[in-house]
Design a protein around this ligand. Structure first.
Ligand code: HEC
Ligand code: HEC
Length: 168
């Protein structure tokens, strides 16, 4: 069902496929009138972007232990994977890169299961802030209360590195 999600959906490098697949499962389980599913999915995405991937938790049984780790700062496959290949000095086609992404997918599934277990116990709480401090400052002017001319909660700075100049 989720084979197409690999490589950020058909190799397009958009949303990390593991987030997309796990979001579908969260939606199936936790959708309600309070939009609990969206709160959980948002938290999964924020957690993902701030996590130092890949985890070393699977090192005892993976092929390439002790891999270079990098916080992607973004839920986008392109940023996450190409940022990592740059850091690890490797390429997309290598087995090292595939091992890295397998660990990312495994860790995202693990995070999702932990979140759904908490949800089932009635004690789900987000682990990551809803938006970073900097994004929150951008949204003061570009969010729904003001201009409302941008969609999203990602780290603005990654694509608009010079925007801080006009934000004072
Ligand atoms: C004090 C209010 C304010 C804050 C804070 C602010 N902006 Fe803006 N921004 C504006 C205004 C006004 C414009 C010009 C008109 C428009 O497009 O809304 C603008 C334009 C932009 C544009 C479009 C064109 C351009 O000039 O590059 C981008 C992109 C942008 N802002 C990003 C950001 C980001 C990222 C942040 C956070 C680091 C941020 N802004 C914080 C007020 C603000
Ligand atoms: C993945 C890259 C990316 C991220 C992350 C991103 N933007 Fe943008 N943003 C763009 C691109 C590309 C455009 C179009 C720029 C153009 O055509 O000149 C744009 C356009 C804008 C505009 C102009 C819209 C308008 O109607 O004037 C604003 C304002 C803006 N972004 C604010 C933000 C803010 C605030 C954030 C963080 C919440 C953010 N962006 C995150 C890539 C990004």
């Amino acid at each position: 069902m989720f084979h197409h999600a690999a490589g950020g959906y058909a190799g397009q490098g958009t949303l990390c496929g593991s987030i997309g697949a796990c979001s579908a499962i969260i939606n199936l389980v936790a959708k309600d009138d309070n939009k609990t599913h969206n709160k959980m999915i948002s938290d999964l995405i924020n957690w993902y972007a701030s996590f130092n991937h890949p985890t070393a938790q699977f090192d005892s049984f993976c092929k390439y232990p002790n891999q270079v780790r990098k916080v992607p700062n973004s839920p986008l496959c392109h940023v996450s994977v190409s940022g990592w290949t740059l850091e690890a000095d490797t390429e997309i086609g290598t087995k090292e890169r595939k091992d890295r992404c397998a660990k990312v997918a495994g860790r995202v599934a693990m995070q999702t299961v932990m979140m759904l277990n908490d949800y089932a116990d009635g004690k789900f709480n987000p682990v990551a802030p809803a938006v970073s401090a900097q994004t929150s400052s951008c949204l003061e002017c570009h969010g729904p209360e003001e201009d409302h001319n941008q969609q999203g909660k990602m780290n603005c700075n990654m694509c608009h590195p010079h925007a801080a100049d006009h934000a004072e």
